[in-house]
Design a protein around this ligand. Structure first.
Ligand code: NAP
Length: 251
């Protein structure tokens, strides 16, 4: 038996229309999982790619900036594709400003999506896994700023450091319930989120020069780690934050 096989599993991936979420959703589908693509923008391109793998994909439109409606959203997902086996908390956002000028609005926007929704969606899915006596996998998308301080991104650093902490807390509480909670910490990945950095010649050179692999990551670079953490191959892995960063943290 292939320990990485996800046939018959259902994965809910937030922010699956683009970037890292899209790369992970397609990677899980290639490993056999059916995908619930959740987000505020239609994920038609993702759905098309998934369907060419032979897996199923359903889309659920949801704005995850608040926790209202999470329970209904998971009910809808389960009605379409059956119980959720794998949750990928990927949707995230970033706001940049000096700490001296950082606004409460930019604090709340980032913390609400990146941390609060991540926690309550995990809780919602885990409650169902426990009630159904089913094992599960939860994968949170962390960041280099789960380890480092960054600059001019106060709420992002707070949220992603929080993601690393919550990943460990949830792993501790849910390991005996056969729910593995882990995180992936992407390095510098070429997505919409980092388009401005890629376009800035000076910053781009500095970044690439510091990455041992010598290049930006692509969304598909995350899929191997995601398949591992979603599959039986990682059944004894709890609370880890796995860097997929071209060596950035080792530098
Ligand atoms: P991206 O291309 O900007 O994708 C972000 C995703 O989150 C999009 O699907 C976006 O949907 C969704 N989203 C944002 N606000 C939302 C909301 N209120 N409700 C529902 N969905 C919402 O960025 P990305 O780089 O792929 O980022 C994905 C995750 O990886 C984030 O958690 C990010 O912090 C993390 N990350 C990225 C990098 C990197 O270098 N790119 C590095 C470390 C961590 P829309 O398309 O509708 O905006």
């Amino acid at each position: 038996m292939n320990p990485f096989d996800l046939s018959g599993k259902t994965a809910l991936v937030t922010g699956a229309n683009t970037g890292i979420g899209q790369g992970i959703a397609i990677g899980l589908a290639k490993a056999g999982a059916n995908i619930v693509a959740v987000g505020r923008t239609p994920a038609d391109q993702t759905q098309k790619c998934i369907e060419t793998t032979g897996s199923r994909c359903v889309q659920i439109q949801a704005d995850l900036s608040s926790t209202a409606g999470l329970d209904n959203m998971v009910s809808d997902a389960e009605a379409e594709l059956g119980p959720i086996d794998i949750l990928v908390n990927n949707a995230g956002t970033i706001k940049r400003n000096d700490a001296l000028a950082f606004t409460e609005e930019d604090w709340d926007t980032v913390m609400d999506l990146n941390l609060k929704t991540l926690f309550f969606l995990s809780q919602c899915v885990a409650k169902r896994m426990v009630a159904q006596s089913r094992p599960g996998k939860i994968i949170n998308i962390a960041s280099m700023l789960s380890f480092q301080g960054g600059i001019r991104v106060a709420s992002y650093t707070a949220s992603k450091s929080g993601v690393a902490g919550l990943t460990k807390l949830l792993a501790n509480e849910w390991a005996t319930k056969r729910i593995c909670v882990n995180a992936i910490a992407p390095g510098y990945i070429a997505t919409n989120n980092t388009a401005a950095l890629q376009a800035d010649e000076k910053r781009n050179q500095e970044i690439v020069g510091r990455i041992p692999a010598g290049r930006w990551g692509q969304p598909e670079d995350l899929s191997g780690a995601a398949v591992f953490l979603a599959s039986g191959a990682s059944d004894y892995v709890h609370g880890t934050v796995l860097a997929v960063d071209g060596g950035w943290l080792a530098r």
